[in-house]
Design a protein around this ligand. Structure first.
Ligand code: AHR
Length: 497
């Protein structure tokens, strides 16, 4: 069996584990909101119509931030349609997903839901069909204390206290030709800069996210980032990245997806720092990876010809064990870049390419990808450690040669947690870790998510989930474990009593 080595040293720190890395995303798309998080009349619904079963799973998932209301949806959205008495709210066409939007759920319901879920809101403004004024109006409604038309309107709607929403996205995927109101980099860069400056006049405490490319395969990738930053560097805080991965008949390449995310992050960091150098500024732009996940896009054929529908069943991917391994590896990669990735949102929370699935009037359950997210969110604490793996290589074709072992560790007052992925579809891997001076050599928990059939899927009755990993030892300053093929593993080491 081949072996990979790594080192756990308390001095090899990358950055503190930012809780905003464990974000999610709720879009008015398909059944994420309607019959996902919100279903008045469901047996578990509370007085607001929020599904208590989904709220409970959201808390268990450990989500910290939730981005809202889109996504492509936001680029045609009128936020004011979704506030005030529900009976007076208009029903509209949503052009992004060819939906009928009833507006029964809007900003005030979302804010009530975030409080019930214990998560921080992250709002997006519409820079597709709208502009500076509407963005400032929304911010005034949300965050201004009172005494103005829009802040008083919020009070009239039963919310006298300002929401104090800190994180705001300046539009969504504005480089994408599919986006309603899509723009060139110069058009968007100027609009985003002016919107950001105006929003800061309404509330100087906001943190603003500039749209980067929709994905790194866009023909404008790289140039888009540089141009929009040239326009808006001073006015914004973060630059966004989006990435979705799929197997598409190539399991070995798919299992190495995180190698692509790794390069993507490094390229965007380099581009942002290049613009900083050109502008002779010490200000650093960090990243908001505000859409990432596994999405089998080969199964999605667009909705250009579909009739407009209310809460249609859209991209309700059913996830396999291999998908969960990739999600675990993407989280490892985000942690490894915790010095520059400040926010990350898995897309999405319920039903739409989601860790949580529901049936209208029926159960809610955890998909396979739920588990690596929940365990990482729960146990990645303290400081992220650089573990310097020395690993056999895999030739993946799609991503070139990549290390077979992907790993990261975190160190907190209770000990060390190691997260590792064996990316080989068919070969186990022995992992040995030099424990150096981390003073943690008691195995508290070792679990792995791996199935003999990596395409096994779960459902409401039986989930694909991690199981205990036998044979993990931490003797004489060395940790050893055998990682099954195509597996995601977590080992928690505590201090000796
Ligand atoms: O998450 C689904 C969609 O993917 C979002 O609406 C869009 O931003 C992205 O292309």
């Amino acid at each position: 069996m081949e072996t990979a080595r790594l080192t756990l040293d308390r001095d090899f720190t990358i950055a503190p584990v930012g809780r905003r890395l464990f974000g999610s995303f709720v879009e008015h798309m398909g059944r994420c909101v309607y019959t996902g998080i919100f279903e008045p009349g469901h047996p578990t619904a509370d007085e607001h119509g929020f599904r208590a079963d989904v709220l409970e799973l959201t808390r268990e998932l450990g989500v910290s931030v939730v981005r809202y209301p889109g996504g492509n949806f936001v680029s045609g959205y009128r936020w004011e349609d979704g506030v005030g008495p529900v009976a007076d709210r208009p029903t509209r066409l949503d052009l992004a997903w060819r939906q009928i939007e009833t507006n029964r759920f809007g900003l005030d319901e979302f804010m009530t839901w975030t409080r019930a879920a214990g998560v921080e809101p992250m709002m997006a403004v519409n820079l597709g069909t709208r502009g500076i004024q509407e963005a400032c109006d929304l911010l005034e409604y949300a965050n201004h204390p009172g005494g103005t038309r829009l802040s008083d309107l919020r009070a009239e709607h039963g919310r006298p206290d300002p929401y104090g929403i800190r994180l705001w996205c300046l539009g969504n995927e504005m480089d994408g030709p599919w986006q309603v109101g899509h723009k060139t980099a110069d058009e968007y860069g100027r609009l985003a800069n002016e919107t950001a400056r105006a929003m800061r006049l309404v509330d100087p405490d906001v943190r603003l996210v500039l749209c980067g490319s929709s994905n790194s395969r866009m023909p404008t990738f790289g140039g888009w980032e540089a141009t929009v930053l040239e326009h808006a560097y001073d006015a914004v805080d973060y630059l966004s990245l989006h990435a979705y991965y799929e197997e598409d008949g190539d399991l070995p390449g798919f299992l190495a997806s995180a190698a692509d995310m790794d390069r993507f992050i490094s390229s965007v960091v380099a581009t942002a720092d290049h613009v900083a150098a050109k502008q002779r500024t010490r200000k650093r732009i960090d990243l908001s990876f505000d859409e990432w996940n596994v999405w089998n896009q080969a199964d999605y054929h667009g909705r250009e010809r579909e009739p407009f529908e209310e809460a249609p069943r859209l991209i309700e991917d059913t996830y396999t064990a291999a998908d969960a391994v990739v999600v675990g590896d993407l989280l490892i990669t985000l942690l490894r870049h915790a010095d520059r990735v400040a926010v990350a949102c898995q897309a999405q929370l319920a039903n739409i390419i989601a860790p949580i699935r529901t049936e209208p009037g029926g159960p809610a359950w955890r998909q396979s990808i739920f588990h690596p997210f929940a365990l990482t969110a729960r146990h990645a604490r303290g400081e992220v450690l650089r573990v310097e793996p020395v690993s056999p290589a895999l030739d993946t074709g799609r991503h070139g040669e990549v290390p077979q072992l992907s790993a990261v560790a975190t160190l907190d007052e209770d000990g060390v947690t190691l997260f590792a992925v064996n990316r080989s579809p068919d070969r186990p891997l022995e992992m040995t870790a030099d424990l150096r001076d981390v003073h943690a050599d008691r195995v508290v928990e070792a679990c792995t998510l791996a199935e003999d059939d990596p395409h096994r899927v779960g459902g409401p009755a039986e989930e694909v989930r991690p199981r205990p990993l036998d044979g993990v030892k931490a003797d004489g300053g060395t940790l050893t474990a055998v990682l099954p093929p195509a597996s995601w593993t977590m080992v928690r080491l505590g201090r000796r009593a």
